[in-house]
Ligand binder design. Structure first.
Ligand SMILES: *[C@@H]1O[C@H](CO)[C@@H](O)[C@H](O)[C@H]1NC(C)=O
Ligand SMILES: *[C@@H]1O[C@H](CO)[C@@H](O)[C@H](O)[C@H]1NC(C)=O
Ligand SMILES: *[C@@H]1O[C@H](CO)[C@@H](O)[C@H](O)[C@H]1NC(C)=O
Ligand SMILES: *[C@@H]1O[C@H](CO)[C@@H](O)[C@H](O)[C@H]1NC(C)=O
Ligand SMILES: *[C@@H]1O[C@H](CO)[C@@H](O)[C@H](O)[C@H]1NC(C)=O
Length: 181
């Protein structure tokens, strides 16, 4: 777990270093980014559920993961180029939109862990663990970035709670896969 945290931190620092805001963005941009993330998550989850231990199946999940990570990173860049939300409602609305995908995300991660032996049988366990580590850093990085533009501390606390939930879900899936190695 200690090592995992280090990976998350390192990736987060990288994300922040690369996400220098040049053009101002707004809430509508962030919401459009999250809508894209939600739809990419559905595709990823469908491929995770369909996975039955083939290399093609693993490749589909990998491609989905790369696209998702890129979409999360775009959303982070856009969020960092956005001024603080002007009302608490705006922050709650955006958090609600992200939270809406939580069930799918956590469900997909659980399925990946359940199918650990299927990944191992095609020697894809290290690859999927590595994908989950970078995807987890991007996903939790977005929630952290959103927390940074929320002014009200109680709403920030809600963002932090969601970030903790996601971080734990990724951590659990990765450690379950590790156990199966
Ligand atoms: C969604 O995100 C992917 C990955 O970053 C990107 O290629 C695609 O253009 C985005 N789609 C929309 C509608 O924003
Ligand atoms: C949550 O997702 C459902 C469908 O998946 C959608 O109809 C609804 O508008 C979403 N709510 C928010 C706040 O994005
Ligand atoms: C792979 O998945 C299939 C269907 O989900 C299952 O029947 C099979 O036992 C799994 N194989 C391994 C090695 O876990
Ligand atoms: C399994 O995959 C790893 C990379 O993740 C590779 O280094 C290794 O050679 C592979 N083993 C076999 C038996 O293909
Ligand atoms: C934006 O919100 C953060 C809290 O998340 C606060 O530290 C910062 O001072 C706020 N910035 C402005 C310009 O109000």
């Amino acid at each position: 777990m200690v090592q995992l945290t280090a990976v998350f931190l390192f990736a987060s620092v990288l994300t922040i270093a690369m996400g220098t805001p040049l053009i101002k963005r707004d809430m509508a941009t962030i919401q459009a980014d999250i809508t894209n993330i939600s739809s990419l998550l559905v595709t990823w989850d469908n491929d995770v559920n369909a996975f039955a231990g083939t290399t093609d199946g693993a490749a589909a999940i990998h491609d989905d993961s790369v696209a998702l990570e890129s979409a999360f990173n775009t959303a982070i860049t856009d969020t960092q180029a956005t001024s603080n939300f002007s009302t608490d409602m705006d922050g709650l609305l955006v958090l609600g939109q992200i939270e809406n995908s939580s069930t799918i995300l956590v469900g997909g991660l659980t399925q990946i862990a359940v199918k650990g032996a299927n990944f191992t049988s095609i020697n894809e366990t290290s690859a999927i663990m590595s994908d989950l580590a970078t995807l987890g850093a991007a996903a939790t990085g977005l929630i952290a970035a959103i927390g940074d533009i929320i002014t009200d501390q109680e709403v920030v606390a809600q963002a932090t709670q969601l970030e903790t939930t996601w971080s734990a879900a990724f951590g659990d899936a990765i450690s379950d896969l590790q156990t199966g190695l």
